[in-house]
Design a protein around this ligand. Structure first.
Ligand code: AMP
Ligand code: ZN
Length: 119
């Protein structure tokens, strides 16, 4: 069924607690944890508990959960005090754009200068 946990998915394992993560916030629908290979002083991933391969498929199936992910991204930016200076919410989509984990996730990146356009 759509949204069901996938046995071979790393982020489903983090949701289930069978792979450890440094969790910074949790809600009924989302989990947020520090990226294992941070690209900035603040680099947190926000994921839905439900499994969808990318942000667009999550949004098509679960608009409310998608809003939860975005709201949590904002809450993390405030918690990490990067909101005043500015931060970035990134959804890499597809291998050609750098997506390596095919469970939808928002990168919340801040705490340093951020170039535009991104690489
Ligand atoms: P993406 O490349 O957009 O799919 O993002 C996947 C992110 O997950 C990368 O930034 C990785 O550093 C991060 N990552 C991979 N394994 C783990 C893990 N076990 N705990 C936390 N973050 C991870
Ligand atoms: Zn998953």
């Amino acid at each position: 069924m759509a949204g069901e946990p996938q046995a071979d998915c790393l982020f489903c394992k983090i949701v289930a607690g069978t792979v450890p993560a440094t969790v910074v916030r949790e809600t009924e629908t989302t989990v947020a944890f520090r990226d294992i290979n941070p690209q900035a002083p603040t680099h947190v991933l926000v994921i839905p508990r439900l499994h969808y391969p990318d942000a667009a498929s999550l949004a098509a199936a679960e608009p409310n959960v998608t809003a939860d992910v975005l709201r949590e991204a904002g809450e993390i930016a405030a918690q990490e005090q990067v909101d005043e200076h500015g931060y970035r919410i990134v959804f890499n989509t597809g291998a050609g754009a750098g997506q390596t984990v095919f469970h939808a996730h928002a990168h919340v990146i801040g705490g340093r200068g951020l170039q535009w356009p991104p690489g």
